[in-house]
Design a protein around this ligand. Structure first.
Ligand code: NAI
Length: 248
């Protein structure tokens, strides 16, 4: 097998794969030879993104990751139609920022349910098959704010910190079955999620980045490809920070 196609024949599922970081990392896994199940809330957008990936056999699925029943059905369908899941990337995420005292119950619940419970739902559904096959890679996309905290993002930072704890527990629980679980913590990446930031906030963030530029979705995608592949077979329970030297 050539080095360039290290994931040939493997099936990968990427949540939030229709745009931004998820789209880039679906592309990177496809370029490494994987067949990718692109999952997004909107089935049409997921299918359109899947159709643009390099290689053959990719599929798009509509699913709300916060809905555990729908996630169980999704994983069953993917495994029946595409084959056993080898790689799971929990990337779907939302923000609903507000100052703590103004944050509604609903804004707290929506962010925790998508970002943290969503990942739990997918991991629980995918773990059985991975454990049976004694092989699997689970990669959770967290954020540097899960490590540092951030004013106005109590819900989001809590969900991302929670993902780091989830990653370590899954890594410990599934290691003996050959399933590895790691997290990737991007810093400030140029996507639709961050496009909404006011110019002053953008400038202030930029000043903190040692490499002096925003990250690109591709910067995150190649680290995910590394964690999914044979070069990372002795790495589990870790959080890899990809932030251009913003948090050290
Ligand atoms: P984005 O907003 O461009 O894309 C988010 C994706 O998640 C979309 O495809 C959307 O359909 C999907 N999604 C949202 N809720 C969903 C749900 N309930 N069920 C299924 N899919 C759902 O976001 P971006 O910037 O690409 O972020 C991707 C991940 O990276 C998120 O988890 C985000 O928290 C994280 N991240 C992003 C950073 C950035 O600077 N852009 C920095 C650190 C982390």
């Amino acid at each position: 097998m050539s080095e360039a196609m290290e994931l040939a024949g493997q099936v990968a599922l990427v949540t939030g794969g229709s745009r931004g970081i998820g789209r880039a990392l679906a592309g990177e896994l496809a370029a490494a030879g994987a067949r990718v199940a692109v999952v997004a809330r909107d089935a049409g957008r997921a299918q359109a993104a899947a159709a643009e990936l390099p290689g053959e056999g990719h599929r798009g699925f509509g699913c709300d990751v916060a809905d555990s029943g729908a996630v169980n059905e999704l994983v069953k369908t993917v495994e029946a139609e595409m084959g056993g899941l080898e790689i799971l990337v929990n990337n779907a995420g939302i923000t609903e920022d507000n100052l703590l005292v103004r944050m509604s119950d609903e804004a707290w619940d929506r962010v925790l349910n998508t970002n943290l419970k969503g990942a739990f739902n997918l991991i629980r559904a995918a773990a059985r098959g991975m454990m049976r096959r004694r092989s699997g890679r689970i990669i959770n996309i967290t954020s540097v704010v899960g490590i540092t905290g951030n004013p106005g993002q109590a819900n989001y930072a809590a969900s991302k910190a929670g993902l780091i704890g989830l990653t370590k527990s899954v890594a410990r629980e599934l290691a003996s079955r050959g399933v590895l679980c790691n997290a990737v913590a991007p810093g400030f990446i140029d996507t639709e999620m961050t496009a909404a930031l006011p110019e002053a906030a953008r400038e202030a963030l930029l000043a903190q980045i040692a490499l002096g530029r925003l990250g690109r979705p591709e910067d995150v995608a190649c680290v995910v490809r590394f964690l999914a592949g044979p070069a990372a077979s002795y790495v589990t329970g870790q959080t890899l920070v990809v932030d251009g030297g913003m948090v050290m």
